[in-house]
Design a protein around this ligand. Structure first.
Ligand code: EPZ
Length: 428
C-alpha cells in the first residue's frame, strides 16, 4: 500500500501554482456531452477523479486525447449510449454529473445510484425533485436510476431546499434545451458553478445569474464545441495558504482568484496569519501565535466545508479554544479523530467540534479519511514532532496533483512509500 511519510519541523517556504479546480473540471467534462464534436478543456488537473470521469465519457462513446497532461480534447460526436456503470459511479459520485447532460442530449439516462462516502449519505433527492419538475420521470431499480423525459424537458421555476452544488449543476445542464425558460431558485453560488455557466454560454446556451441564488436558463436548440480553461482550484489554494499559515511560511500560491476565498482569507487573518493578495495569487505567512477563531461551514460565499479540515488543523495548535461547526455534511469530522491521535485536543458534539489548542502535535500513524482530511493530516505532519505516516492516500490523489512534489518544493521532508499492508511503518 502507498503511504506518505513526513518528518516534521523542517522550515517551509516557497511558492506553488495550483491546478484547475477539480470541482469544476469534472462537470465541464460532463457538459461536453451536450455539444457534439471536439471540445478542448485546458488547465485540467491531472488527478484520479479526472481519469475516472474520462472513463465514464469513454464508456458512453466519447474519445479523449490528453495533451501535455493538462489539456483534454474530448470528441463526443460518436456518443450513442446513456448508461453509466455502477463501478464508475461507486468510485466517484461526481459521475452523477452526467445525468443532466444525457437528459439534455438524449432525453434519457441510466445512472447507478451513488453510494455514500466517508463524509455523508451524499443523497441526490434534490437533483431528482428538480428534474421531475422539469418533466423528467424516474424509476429506481437494481441500484440504478432510470431517467427519461417522454414529453421533453419543459422549463419551470425550481426552488432548491438546499443550495446544492450538484443539483444546481444537473438542473442547469438538463435545461439548456428545455422548452421555455427554467429558473433555479436558491441555486448554489460557488465559483465552479459560474465556470460551468461560462462554458455553457460559450457553447451557445443562455444562462444568466450564475453566482447568484437565482439562475435563469433559456432553452436553445443546439450547443457547439468550444475551447475553455478551467478556473483555478480555490480549495487547493486554501490548502497551501493554510500550510503557509501553519508553518510560518511564507508560501506564495499562484493560479487562482483570491476573491474566491473571501471569507477563508478573512478567517485566516483573524487567526493571526498574514495574507498578501495579488492578481491570481496570494502569500501566507505568520510570525506571532495562532489565535482561536470560530468557524461555521456554509454554502458559498460562506466558509467552504472543503477547507474545514485545514482550518481545524490550524486551530488545533492555536493559543486557546474555539468551535468548528460543520453545517454542510453530516459526518465530516473523521479528520478530527485522526488529528487527536497526533495529540490534538478536539471533542465532537454533534456537528460541533470543540477545539482546545495544544502547544505541539506529535507524529503518528494516521489514515486519510477523505480528500481534504488527508491533505490536512499532511499539513499537521509538517509541524508535528517526529514522523507521521499517512495511509489511504488514494483519497489525496483524487484531488491534489503532485501533492508530495509540491510539499517537497516548499522544503518538506516528505516521501511516498509503498509498504506491505501488514507492516505499516511505526512512527518514532
Ligand atoms: C460538491 O459536492 C463538491 N464535489 C464537494 O467537494 C463539496 O464539498 C460540496 O459540493 C459542497 O461545496 C464536487 O463538486 C465533485 P452538495 P456535492 O450537493 O455537489 C446534501 C471535495 O472535497 N444533499 O452541495 O455533492 C448532501 O448530502 C468534495 O472536493 C442532499 O441532501 O455537494 C450534503 O450534505 C467533497 N440532497 C449537502 O447537501 C441532494 O440532492 C451538500 O451537497 C444533494 C445534496
Amino acid at each position: 500500500m502507498d503511504v506518505i511519510r513526513i518528518e516534521g519541523g523542517h522550515p517551509i517556504s516557497g511558492e506553488v501554482t495550483v491546478e484547475g479546480a477539480k470541482n469544476s473540471a469534472l462537470k465541464l467534462m460532463a457538459a461536453t456531452l451536450m455539444a457534439s464534436g471536439t471540445t478542448t478543456l485546458t488547465n485540467v488537473p491531472n488527478i484520479s477523479d479526472v481519469h475516472t470521469m474520462g472513463k465514464v465519457l469513454k464508456r458512453l462513446g466519447a474519445t479523449i486525447e490528453v495533451v501535455n497532461k493538462h489539456e483534454l480534447r474530448i470528441d463526443t460526436s460518436s456518443v450513442d449510449r446513456w448508461e453509466t456503470p455502477y463501478e464508475l459511479v461507486a468510485k466517484m459520485r461526481a459521475s452523477t454529473a452526467v445525468l443532466g447532460p444525457l437528459l439534455a442530449r438524449f432525453g434519457r439516462a441510466v445512472v447507478a445510484m451513488p453510494g455514500g462516502c466517508q463524509i455523508g449519505a451524499r443523497k441526490i433527492d434534490l437533483h431528482i425533485l428538480g428534474l421531475e419538475a422539469l418533466g423528467v420521470q424516474f424509476e429506481f431499480k437494481h441500484g440504478y436510476i432510470y431517467a427519461s423525459a417522454p414529453n421533453g424537458i419543459t422549463g419551470t421555476v425550481v426552488t432548491l431546499d438546499f443550495a446544492s452544488v450538484g443539483a444546481t449543476e444537473n438542473l442547469m445542464m438538463a435545461s439548456v434545451h428545455a422548452k421555455g425558460t427554467t429558473v433555479i431558485d436558491n441555486a448554489a453560488r460557488e465559483p465552479e458553478i459560474v465556470d460551468l455557466a461560462n462554458l455553457l454560454n460559450e457553447m451557445g446556451a443562455h444562462v444568466r445569474g450564475a453566482g447568484s441564488p437565482l439562475i435563469e436558463i433559456e432553452g436553445v436548440p443546439e450547443l457547439h464545441p468550444v475551447t475553455h480553461s478551467v478556473v483555478g482550484d480555490r480549495i487547493e489554494a486554501a490548502t497551501f495558504l493554510a500550510i503557509g499559515g501553519l508553518t510560518g511560511g511564507p508560501v506564495r500560491v499562484r493560479g487562482f482568484e483570491p476573491i474566491h476565498l473571501g471569507l477563508v482569507l478573512k478567517k485566516f487573518e483573524l487567526m493571526g496569519i498574514e495574507i498578501e493578495r495579488g492578481a491570481h495569487e496570494a502569500t501566507a505567512s505568520r510570525k506571532g501565535p495562532l489565535r482561536p477563531v470560530d468557524i461555521q461551514t456554509l454554502p458559498y460565499p460562506g466558509f467552504p466545508t472543503d477547507v474545514q479540515a485545514q482550518a481545524m488543523c490550524l486551530l488545533s495548535v492555536a493559543d486557546g479554544s474555539c468551535i468548528v461547526t460543520e453545517n454542510v455534511f453530516e459526518n465530516r469530522f473523521m479528520f478530527a479523530s485522526e488529528l487527536d491521535r497526533m495529540g490534538a485536543d478536539i471533542t465532537i458534539e454533534g456537528h460541533h467540534a470543540i477545539v482546545h489548542g495544544v502547544p505541539q502535535l506529535s507524529g503518528a500513524q494516521v489514515k486519510a479519511p477523505d480528500l481534504r482530511g488527508g491533505a490536512a493530516l499532511a499539513m499537521a505532519g509538517l509541524v508535528a514532532d517526529g514522523h507521521t505516516t499517512i495511509s489511504d492516500i488514494h483519497h489525496i490523489d483524487r484531488g491534489y496533483e503532485g501533492f508530495v512534489e509540491k510539499l517537497k518544493s516548499l522544503g518538506a521532508s516528505i516521501e511516498r512509500l509503498t509498504v506491505p499492508d501488514e507492516d505499516l511503518l511505526d512512527s518514532e
